[in-house]
Design a protein around this ligand. Sequence first.
Ligand code: SF4
Length: 505
Amino acid sequence: MARETPPLISKSRYLSGLLCPKLLWCHYNDREIFPPVDPVRQAIFDQGHRVGEMARDLFPGGLLISGERHRAEEVVPETHRHLPLRVPLFEAGFVYRNAYARVDVLEPVEADRWDLYEVKSSTRVKNEHIPDVAFQRHILAGAGVEVRSCYLLHVDNQYVLQGELDLGRFFNAEDVTEETAGLLPAIDDDLERMTEVVLSERCPEVGIGVQCTSPYECSLKSVCWDFLPEDSVTTLHGDRAKGFKLLERGVTELRELPEDVFLTGKQRIQVEALRSQRVHLSRPEVQQFLAGLEYPIHYLDFETFMPAIPLLDGTRPYQQIPFQFSCHVVGSPQGASEHHSCLAEESQDPRTGLLAELRRAIRPTGSVVVYNAPFERGVLRDLAATDDDLFDWWEDLDGRLVDLFAPFRSFHAYHPEQHGSASMKDVLPAFTGLDYGHLPIADGMAASTEYFRVTYTDVPEEERVRVYRELREYCDLDTEGMMRIVERLRELVDNEWLTDSKVKG
Ligand code: SF4
């Protein structure tokens, strides 16, 4: 049953409405359809809230309006009661027509004007921040509050923590007054259109598209994308937009791609492998890659967390802080593997113990195989930077890194069950049959969130022990998986019949 009176449209609903009318309609008329917020997303929200609260300390003497209450009926009158005080106001709320905005910080300037601050935990101003601030500015103007300037207060990722957090250097204020001005004239029309959508009895029909994943993943994606088959046109490597155009033409299955569709080299490999159900292997290139591996071969993987608010001296906001590694070492072609691992179980600096263990695990010679080398390269560089004496060790190690991602990123090796992706999470099950499905922690984001939660917050000891065990299982599988992938590539290179055989059917 659709509503009859226009509802209040808050800033977050307005932004949803700009993205997709279906999303907006569901927010007001079909709340049950939304899947629960997963722990990783929740942790990101929580981090954003912590950053927002910290920013208030930049405005001494400020007043928080209505605490954590959000109802406009309470917030708006209280805001208007406090405006004459001419002190910074946090979470002040205003209504104009049927739109409602709360402002992170309003700072009094001149005799009767205000500067508006929107706090973001991002490290720069992003395109999607501009309509966010413009909406607030528009509502404030409508409510009779004169705004002089609008600022986006974001995190400065060049700031290095030394001792106490210096908020003045941690945050960076960028003036976005001009950028928002261009959007103001359209907001009333937007709101009118959105009100019609919300009052409509039927959910608008909207096809899936780029708006589902950009600027962020829509919370209804799992619902709206549910109809897609496993090998849909949206899996076409490196070009989702092409997939959406094909959907509009009524083509859903990748194997039924019309002949007139232009495909890149990688996309041709993907479609051909899918249709033939055969592994694609550029034998000379993969052979060359394998020949470059020197024994003892180390398979190395780090898990990291990246707190917006730095915890350790000498680190920057969002710096990757390693807390765990796994390393399988294979000494010779027929030799068994040796396993080394380390997980920092203390809430102090995890890097010290990790470094010591890593130096024991890595032998003086041999390749160090990683998956997606820029990440591990950066982690190793930052680790080595904690001690001046480690420069030579790091330089040698850096020169021995080999990226196992390379033959997959280039599609020199491609399995039809990768579904267009070269990520380890897709390559591993496709090539080896091993997968992460049975693990409670099955990706890097979950690992990072869980580690941070059980190490830096108060949880029962048995939960901490359980999560640490799950983290070990996850990270160990990453390096064992790399080892198995290399073994499988060797088999495929040496046995042509394997690539001639169908993987299925
Ligand atoms: S998943 Fe896409 S189509 Fe569905 S509501 Fe979100 S943005 Fe709209």
